[in-house]
Design a protein around this ligand. Structure first.
Ligand code: SAM
Length: 276
């Protein structure tokens, strides 16, 4: 096989999703660099693959890189796999791919499962434009800042989330995007207890809050992008408006913000109504 780095996607739960090409490549390469060798060994055993394995992540020391480089110098090939899905998508590999390219070697993608794309394909939210956000910051303040920055984004938003944070995150989403914005939960995709559920954010938050089983496993959250009306409003103006509407009637809050920004009172008032 041609010498180079093969970036190989592996299943996100269901081994039936492993492609024949992925199996062939992992059998034929000289070395497999894996995020977690114990984890990947189970997959390789299942497919009867006994290619040598080494651990690799983006903070690996130079020894790991030297070993991989040694393969290329000998015109050999190396595969990169992560624990699940497509390497580099919220997974290690970015540094390695750049380094391999910069040293003049080829990088070949071997496509397959990716939780974000699988979730998007079944969520029932708009797919013409989407923005993959990966994991939100774990700290509350940083997470809220991130969400505020996304409030007027019109593309469908895709987040990865840890089960122990799902309730808090859904509550933060309701707070920032409003209760009626449509969203979807894609949990344990391709596995036995798969959940794909689309509903307004507040309904989704309630569904997850009331069912402990929905707070387990692996989760992708998707949120419809802002409507044209919402995206017209600057994030700072919108948050000021929302804050004022907590103290004043909606019409009065819209009038005050209109006076100070020059925006139309009706646009601001309609925006507040759209959050109800
Ligand atoms: N590289 C992977 C991919 O291509 O999707 C993602 C790796 S990231 C470290 C792991 C996160 O992906 C999980 O915390 C979860 O948010 C999401 N994920 C992975 N497998 C999933 C599944 N079967 N169902 C739902 N989400 C999944």
């Amino acid at each position: 096989m041609e010498s180079g780095l093969y970036v190989v996607a592996t299943p996100i739960g269901n081994f039936g999703d492993m492609s024949q090409r992925a199996v062939d490549v992992l059998r034929q390469v000289d070395l497999i660099a894996a995020e977690d060798t114990r984890h990947s060994r189970r997959l390789l055993q299942h497919f009867g693959i006994d290619t040598p394995l080494m651990a690799y992540h983006d903070h690996s020391d130079d020894r790991a890189l030297r070993r991989i480089r040694g393969c290329f110098e000998a015109h050999e090939s190396v595969a990169l796999v992560s624990d699940a899905g497509t390497p580099l998508v919220s997974d290690p590999g970015y540094r390695l791919v750049r380094c391999v390219q910069d040293e003049g070697h080829k990088v070949f993608p071997i496509p397959g499962a990716c939780a974000a794309v699988a979730a998007l394909s079944a969520a029932g939210l708009p797919t013409d434009r989407f923005l993959f956000e990966g994991f939100l910051p774990a700290k509350r303040g940083a997470r809220e800042n991130r969400l505020q920055a996304l409030r007027t984004e019109s593309a469908t938003l895709i987040f990865y989330e840890a089960p122990h944070r799902i309730v808090d995150t859904l509550e933060a989403l309701v707070e920032v995007f409003g209760p009626t914005r449509e969203a979807a939960l894609a949990r344990e995709v391709t596995k036995l207890y798969e959940t794909i559920r689309r509903s307004p954010l507040s309904t989704l938050a309630q569904f997850v809050r009331e069912d402990n089983n929905q707070q387990k496993g692996e989760i992708v959250l998707l949120v419809t992008g802002a409507s044209a009306r919402e995206s017209e409003l600057d994030a700072d103006v919108a948050s000021l408006l929302i804050r004022l509407a907590q103290e004043l009637p909606a019409r009065r809050a819209a009038a005050v913000v209109a006076e100070h920004t020059g925006l139309r009172k009706k646009q601001l008032y309609d925006y507040l109504l759209s959050l109800k």
